[in-house]
Design a protein around this ligand. Structure first.
Ligand SMILES: [Fe+2]
Ligand SMILES: [Fe+2]
Length: 450
């Protein structure tokens, strides 16, 4: 609408406004958007709640992240902006669950806690749209306190339901291979830099020489070095300083992410991922997988990072060859309660991990990356590097849970219990990874800005 000022809320954030043309918007998976509004003062606010509760310190440091601390905090901040406690009304959305989430249950726990805290605070809930297995877009309009809740991929859902019974619309292997051969991820400079880093022993001078040949790349690396996330007191003015301050592994991660940014940034319409959402999901999964790897003391966290970054690469190709067929995939998901993955297979003849495996082979990626891409939704299938596959599987599930690029597929692809068992992960540990999402988002933002 004309004149609207949209404010996008990331997980764990809160925003309050009394500007009549302001709209607060957020994407929700298992998280809950709590919108409060005072219709007299026309002050509204929203918190994107990630978990039911944390310990005292955590709640004090990041109150908006948790239902128990976030709702009282939101109320307090709204009173400062002129709202009156007695006038406040709530509208809530979110709290979706992954199908067969093997007891993680964060969506249901969030719903219960949000309802409990709102009732303790004596705030009536006027509208709620919670539960299910799909992500939502939630908007609060400050002019009148109205809210809008849509499923992510609403258009695809409508097209899916308007279609008569779907025919099998298989994709040809010839077309797949043709599109795969056209997918060029890395510039020549990037390829040379990475091969220098891989060589043992490598020379930092040589790396610098290669990077300096690409001015845009140099500028982007420096931008990331100077982003608030790394918080260096002094300005990083040149590459040598950047490498010293960040360490070579971080520089390598930056290079990798930037080298795939071009192919990961465009919108992936078949999956209802807007421009930038897919890249956000890829980076989110990369950072989350690396975090799990470090926590589990996996010796090569960089490999896990790369696996996370590239796990969904098959989606790019499937979207290119079957853009006009995804409503049929979605129809199977909605009508037959099928996972998006199974519906891809049944409708198109291929799944995105299968196509991703073809891409990975075409790019001559190491075997461990090929496996992570090929099995990221089916970690129970036999492979050589089950730990890497399991870490990517869980990282992907966490990103979808918190609404980072879950797209139209939502939470219909299950979590496999074997991945949790293999990594010796239980519910509370998953919560502790979910807790780190706001930090990961900050990190993603530094890469998006580059
Ligand atoms: Fe996937
Ligand atoms: Fe994914």
């Amino acid at each position: 609408m004309n004149g609207e000022i949209s404010f996008f809320l990331s997980p764990g954030e809160l925003y309050i406004s009394s500007e009549p043309n302001a709209v607060i918007e957020t994407y929700l998976g298992s998280c809950i958007g709590v919108a409060l509004y005072d219709p007299i003062a026309q002050v509204g606010g929203m918190a994107h709640i990630v978990l039911p509760e944390g310990n005292k310190d955590k709640e004090a440091n990041a109150p908006a992240k948790y239902a128990r601390s976030g709702i009282p905090y939101l109320i307090e901040e709204m009173l400062k902006k002129g709202a009156t406690r007695e006038h406040l009304e709530a509208k809530i959305a979110g709290g979706a669950s992954i199908v067969q989430d093997t007891g993680i249950n964060v969506g249901q726990r969030n719903i219960a806690k949000v309802r409990e805290v709102l009732s303790q605070e004596n705030i009536p809930v006027l509208e709620e749209d919670v539960g299910g297995n799909f992500g939502r877009v939630f908007r609060l309009y400050i002019k009148d306190g109205s809210v809008e809740v849509r499923f992510i991929g609403q258009k695809l859902r409508e097209a899916a339901l308007a279609t008569l019974s779907p025919v099998k619309e298989e994709v040809t292997l010839r077309l797949l291979l043709q599109k795969i051969s056209q997918l060029k991820p890395m510039s020549k400079t990037m390829q040379r830099v990475l091969s220098v880093i891989e060589s043992d022993p490598f020379s930092i001078e040589e790396i610098k020489k290669e990077i300096y040949q690409d001015q845009a790349l140099t500028v982007n690396i420096l931008k990331i070095c100077n982003s608030p996330y790394y918080g260096f007191a002094q300005r990083v003015a040149n590459l040598s300083q950047g490498i010293v301050l960040l360490g070579l592994n971080t520089v390598k991660r930056i290079l990798l992410s930037l080298s795939f940014k071009n192919i990961l940034t465009p919108s992936i319409n078949g999956y209802s991922l807007k421009q930038g959402e897919f890249f956000k999901h890829a980076l989110g999964c990369a950072f989350m997988a690396e975090l799990i790897a470090k926590e589990k003391q996996y010796p090569e966290p960089e490999i896990v990072f790369t696996a996370g970054l590239l796990h969904d690469v098959g989606k790019i190709i499937l979207d290119q060859v079957a853009a006009d067929k995804f409503h049929l995939v979605m129809r199977k998901v909605l009508k037959e309660k099928m996972s998006f993955l199974d519906a891809e297979k049944e409708t198109l003849g291929y799944t995105h991990p299968q196509v991703g495996e073809m891409v990975a082979k075409q790019w001559h990626l190491p075997e461990v990356l090929i496996e992570a891409i090929a099995y990221h939704h089916t970690p129970e299938q036999r492979q050589e590097a089950p730990a890497v596959v399991a870490m990517v599987h869980i990282a992907d599930a966490i990103c979808r849970l918190v609404g980072i690029g879950c797209g139209a597929a939502g939470l219909t692809n299950p979590i496999h219990p074997q991945a949790l068992t293999l990594l010796k992960l239980k519910g509370p540990e998953i919560d502790s990874f979910i807790e780190k999402v706001p930090e990961i988002i900050k990190q993603i933002q530094t890469f998006e800005a580059a």
